[in-house]
Design a protein around this ligand. Sequence first.
Ligand SMILES: Nc1ncnc2c1ncn2[C@@H]1O[C@H](COP(=O)(O)OP(=O)(O)OP(=O)(O)O)[C@@H](O)[C@H]1O
Ligand SMILES: [Mg+2]
Length: 425
Amino acid sequence: MPAEIKKTVISYDEMKKQMDNELSAFISSGNETEYIEMPKYFFEKGICRISFNIPGFNEVSVFNILQIMKNHIENIRIHTMDPGYYAFQALNSNLFKTEDILDNIKIEIFGITANHKVEISKKANFTQEEVNLAIEIFRYFHNKEDIDAVSELKKLGASVYIENNSLSWNYIAGYEDVKRKIRESVILPLQNPDVYDSIAKLTRQKFESNRPKAILFEGSPGVGKTTIARIIAGEVKIPLVYLPIESIMSKWYGQSAKNLSEIFDYCEELGSCILFLDEIDSLAGSRDQNMFEATRRILSVLLRRLDGIESVTNTITIGATNRKNDLDTALISRFDQTIFFPLPNQNERSAIFSNYARHLSQSDLDAIGLLSDGLSGRNIKDICEYSERRWARKIIIKKEEVSVPPADYYKYSVNLWLGKNNIES
Ligand SMILES: Nc1ncnc2c1ncn2[C@@H]1O[C@H](COP(=O)(O)OP(=O)(O)OP(=O)(O)O)[C@@H](O)[C@H]1O
Ligand SMILES: [Mg+2]
């Protein structure tokens, strides 16, 4: 569009006509089930105003709106930037000429918990460019596809796993008790939410969900906590949003509490999902003063989000920790249940070895299981990899046919791991 046309001032009636034409076409091309109200127009005391409701906004959307404004307005002033009220105003193209500055177009975004709306006003008729801007802002807020929760979550530092079918329960050897508890307390409610809700409707004076919102996985490093969270997501066929608390604390010093809160919001937009908060012990025991402040704010977001009142309904949060005792007691109390992952027992160790060394005989597996007391599943996996590498090296050097490592190689690696062998063979 040529610059002159963009700057052309258009009449109030023409503005309404253009907006209504563009937006009714936009609305009818979208999702029919959702009712979207058209903007309202006012012309009073020389002020031309467009007002419309929006489903809600957050800092990401305000930032995106700023970008849209920047595409249409040469110079913008941030008039107000409070949570719940953002106001922006165009400046004159000559920044040093300040007269009549308040007559320029103003864009306001309102609303804290409800009644979110946008108002665009000007003490004159709008130019073509400004009408285009109003149309774009309306579309931005009503275009579901634009607010892609998965990419926003990634921007905020979370990893999102959607296709989780690669891992099955067999991947985790042993741990029958842990698997049973997870089936009962996590899988059943996720697969049959209506049964749980119907019961709560019959039992509660005022309806509240009885489904678990937060589960704590406690256990030593390498016992399968993260792996099991991925298996659950795959089984229930919902996305897994993976967020190591440590990384959000170090990444956005000062911003992290806000970002964590947005992560909860975007999880809700995904519909049902598992939010896996890994390494929540990083919230414990930091003595650094600034870090302490960040930790405190993150904690308070977590406490609120996991609590009944502000809790999200379709997100199930799983927290993982190596040291439950170091966690804040208020935080622990927000979890509906703790599932403890012990170190594997002798039979389980043999079973884990059989996952990573399936060629070994049962009696060898039994012997290695006995030998490897105190090791985690991860240790065992590492030992098997190490044994294979040593075996491969030998085959290459001696130019032998490819074959599988014998049981002795595994026994040797276990002893080495336990500090019982010191010399590399
Ligand atoms: N019971 C098991 N059977 C098979 N593999 C296992 C078992 N337990 C752990 N592993 C293997 O060990 C590795 C580490 O597991 P995972 O990352 O899930 O542990 P984690 O409990 O989350 O550890 P961390 O506390 O360090 O995060 C994975 O590759 C997993 O396959
Ligand atoms: Mg883990």
